[in-house]
Design a protein around this ligand. Structure first.
Ligand SMILES: Nc1nc2c(c(=O)[nH]1)N[C@H]1C(S)=C(S)[C@@H](COP(=O)(O)OP(=O)(O)OC[C@H]3O[C@@H](n4cnc5c(=O)[nH]c(N)nc54)[C@H](O)[C@@H]3O)O[C@H]1N2
Ligand SMILES: Nc1nc2c(c(=O)[nH]1)N[C@H]1C(S)=C(S)[C@@H](COP(=O)(O)OP(=O)(O)OC[C@H]3O[C@@H](n4cnc5c(=O)[nH]c(N)nc54)[C@H](O)[C@@H]3O)O[C@H]1N2
Ligand code: SF4
Ligand SMILES: [Mo]
Length: 715
């Protein structure tokens, strides 16, 4: 008998059935992995991608950690008992607090954690550790889109509509999103737009997704990296000047039109072409397809990380929303705007308190009413809840400076954080690092203590998918002896630290508390419970007690007081901390994803089928850029800038512009893309600049013959 659950990886949360190997019913090194089957569900309609199909391989993986591991003075990790491990952590936390104060203890969470774990982690940090210093890897993922959504609509839910609404649309504009590789089953929802000739992909790379626009299915716009903001200002300009704007919608449902109209007035198409490299006729055609779709069949504008992971990511996402509002898309019956959430629980993980400035229910930690509500649920005084902490990049910069003891739950920052060489140095400066994971990742290797936790198919919980729909994750297999649930770990540590309030190890009990803590907040889960989810109810938040949820937001009103959406004027900043100089010997390095690997590769590099398919990092480079540097297809290359050096092989391809390179960030050590990325951040969201780094590329390894490995940058 299989168990109905959802994929461990991305936010599409494809439905699957997990059936333990018949022989033992137990996953373990000796057993075959459980069988995975796709299950019918609106997001995936039975389909799974290669990562989903192979996901069970990791459950009984021989590399699984099954004991707490303490690092000795010789740097070797050795197994210790759970009581010893937890006592040690509690003593370390007390010592750090006594020596440096509670904010010297920090926590880093993850968008892969279930709602229950993310909620309890926020509470654990504030009440058990007493620290304000908690943030998470969603800062690297959704923060720019979230900031822009909050600014424009008063609410941030990735897709304010179910994915099936896309099916009938005539026009879909995808900006900086490569869904064909990052959410393959999602592509079926673009069939209507492709048939109507209205799929428009904006990417400096000719991606698999861009290939879907061929043969009359749509357009591929290939701007220079980091020029989306001018591109979008140009599209807004055309919409206004060609009379394509929806004036009834603008007058009835928005404010701020005049200021936005003024701000785009000087972005005439020829100027935009000069800045972005996108021909004027493609700009005009894009605006017209969007306006046409809005009147016939539907138009949607969707963003991915390609436009958001920049130091101007919030403004770029805002310009996208302005374009959507000018056309009257958000909240309308057959059109809309959304951002494609990334991690499995990227949506729920950003709502219930693991963000530095947040309390459960998407409440602001600075709001006295929010503090009073949550304090009442927790049974503490509002003054016992610390104030806002530091966003992820700033938090990581404090490691070994003002933060001395650090907990990491669900992130592999040594590979995935910007300017990773500096992050690694920070991890090494810490007095005490605790990492909860199932594998000895590059980050866990730096830990003083590694705690083995449960995987997705071994525990109960909920996640919230890219459409704001809350789903049940179910335990399908028996966990390995020795691994423990993170809820239990937090409960045991809270007890040892004499924390106020209660910390349960039971997911349903924690969810019941989460419901109460979220009640009345923007992300209200109070009407959702396990029993309803277990019978397959489609519950999208906000779902106050007694309601059936909200699949479609903004139909009647936006979430700002007064119900209007806000058009916010934005413009490219004169000086915005970004790497410049993508000319002459210096090229723009774009980073991103491949179908076969997930994020830092911590999981997928351990799946033989996936690692076999793509074992190493390859740098995509245009033939012209390669020829002028003597770089051969398949030959070694060295990519460098002031922050670091990467060595890998070249793949010569016309899929990238001559001024642009592409490198996946799924690999470690000398292939780690983040050795090169900048930790400059967007001033509103705290998002670092992942997508455009200035680098030089040379043929060869850059290591003199016979010099040995000492020259390699080692992670
Ligand atoms: N296979 C796979 N799937 C995944 C993940 C994974 O790691 N692997 N991760 C999940 C997560 S957490 C996330 S956030 C999503 C991300 O999903 P996507 O946003 O689709 O992924 P990326 O590859 O990071 O970026 C998308 C595209 O942005 C382009 N791009 C880069 N710079 C620019 C620019 O300046 N402008 C424009 N217009 N485009 C640019 C890149 O060439 C790339 O093709 O995927 C989820 N799904
Ligand atoms: N250069 C570059 N860097 C990027 C990006 C980019 O596009 N370019 N994208 C950014 C984005 S969008 C994201 S989301 C981040 C992601 O980057 P990371 O945060 O590093 O994501 P993962 O590699 O998924 O790491 C998750 C870790 O947690 C473990 N894990 C999984 N589930 C659980 C759990 O329930 N509990 C615990 N304790 N551990 C768990 C996994 O084994 C893995 O080691 O990377 C960011 N970094
Ligand atoms: S698209 Fe995402 S959720 Fe679906 S199978 Fe692939 S990784 Fe899993
Ligand atoms: Mo992400």
């Amino acid at each position: 008998m299989g168990t109905a659950t959802h994929c461990p990886y991305c936010a599409l949360q494809c439905a699957m059935t997990v059936t333990p190997a018949a022989a033992t019913g137990v996953a373990g090194p000796a057993a075959d992995p459980p069988a995975i089957a796709g299950r019918d569900f609106p997001t995936n309609r039975g389909g799974l991608c290669r990562k989903g199909w192979t996901s069970a391989t990791l459950l009984g993986h021989p590399g699984r950690i099954t004991n707490p591991l303490l690092r000795g003075a010789d740097g070797v990790h050795r197994p210790i008992g759970w009581d010893e491990a937890l006592d040690l952590i509690a003593a370390q936390v007390r010592a750090t607090r006594e020596d440096h104060g509670p904010d010297a203890v920090g926590v880093f969470g993850g968008g892969g954690l279930t709602n229950e774990k993310a909620y309890q982690l926020g509470k654990f940090a504030r009440l058990a550790l007493g620290t304000s210093r908690i943030d998470y890897n969603g800062r690297f993922c959704m923060s720019s889109a979230a900031a822009a959504g909050n600014r424009a609509f008063g609410l941030d839910r990735g897709l304010p509509f179910p994915v099936e609404d896309l099916d009938g649309a005539h026009t879909v504009l995808l900006l900086g999103s490569n869904v064909a590789e990052t959410m393959p089953p999602f592509v079926q929802h673009l069939a209507g737009a492709r048939a109507a000739g209205g799929l428009i992909v904006v990417d400096p790379r000719r991606t698999t997704t861009a290939d879907f626009t061929a043969d009359g299915a749509g357009l591929h716009l290939q701007p220079a990296p980091a020029t989306d903001l001018p591109l979008l200002l140009g599209l807004c300009h055309i919409v206004i000047h060609e009379g394509l704007a929806n004036t009834d919608f603008i007058h009835g449902r928005t404010t701020g039109f005049k200021a936005v109209a003024r701000s785009v007035a000087s972005w005439w198409p020829e100027r935009v072409q000069a800045v972005t490299g996108v021909p004027v006729h493609l700009l005009r055609e894009t605006a017209r397809l969007l306006a046409h779709g809005a009147r016939h069949g539907g138009s949607y504008i969707l963003t991915g990380r390609g436009v958001e992971q920049h130091v101007d990511g919030t403004d770029t996402a805002t310009a996208t929303i302005n374009l959507a509002l000018l056309l009257g898309l958000p909240g309308s019956a057959n059109s809309g705007y959304g951002t494609l959430t990334g991690q499995g629980n990227g949506q729920g993980g950003r709502e219930h308190g693991q963000k530095a400035d947040q309390l459960p229910g998407y409440r602001k930690i600075t709001d006295p009413a929010a503090r009073a509500h949550v304090a009442a649920v927790w049974g503490v005084d509002p003054a016992d809840i610390p104030g806002p902490g530091l966003p992820a990049v700033e938090l990581l910069a404090e490691l070994g400076r003002s933060v001395h003891t650090f907990f990491i739950h669900g992130a592999n920052v040594a590979v995935s954080a910007p300017n990773a060489g500096e992050v690694l140095a920070g991890l090494r400066r810490l007095d005490f690092l605790v990492v909860c994971d199932f594998f000895m990742t590059e980050t866990a290797q730096e830990a003083d203590l590694v705690l083995p936790v449960l995987q997705w198919a071994e525990e109960e919980g909920t996640v919230t998918n890219l459409e704001g729909r809350v789903l049940r994750r179910r335990a399908a297999v028996t966990p390995p002896e020795g691994a423990r649930s993170e809820l239990w770990i937090m409960a045991e540590l809270a007890r040892r630290l004499d924390a106020p309030s209660t910390f349960s190890a039971d997911p349903e009990t924690v969810f019941t508390e989460l419901r109460a803590a979220s009640a009345g907040g923007l992300a209200d889960y109070s009407g959702i419970d396990y029993a309803l989810l277990d019978v397959g109810a489609a519950l999208h938040w906000p779902c106050p007690a007694g309601s059936t949820g909200t699949p479609r937001l903004f139909r009647d009103a936006f979430a700002h007081p007064g119900g209007l959406a806000v058009l916010v004027p934005v413009s490219p900043a004169a000086s915005n901390a970004r790497d410049t100089l993508f000319t002459g010997p210096t090229l723009a390095l774009v980073t991103g994803r491949l179908l076969e690997h997930y994020q830092s590769g911590a999981q997928t590099r351990r799946v033989p089928e996936l690692a076999g398919a793509v074992p190493r990092a390859e740098l995509l480079i245009h033939p012209l850029a390669a020829a002028s540097r003597g770089i051969d297809d398949g030959g070694p290359v060295t990519i460098a800038n002031g922050r670091g050096t990467v060595r890998c092989t070249a793949r010569v391809s016309t899929a990238v512009r001559p001024d642009t390179l592409f490198l996946p960030f799924h690999f470690a050590r000398e292939e780690c893309a983040n050795l090169l990325t900048s930790d400059s951040v967007d001033p509103v969201s705290g998002m670092p600049e992942f997508k455009a780094s200035s680098v030089t590329v040379t043929a060869g390894t850059g290591i003199p013959a016979g010099a040995g490995a000492a020259h390699l940058v080692s992670l």
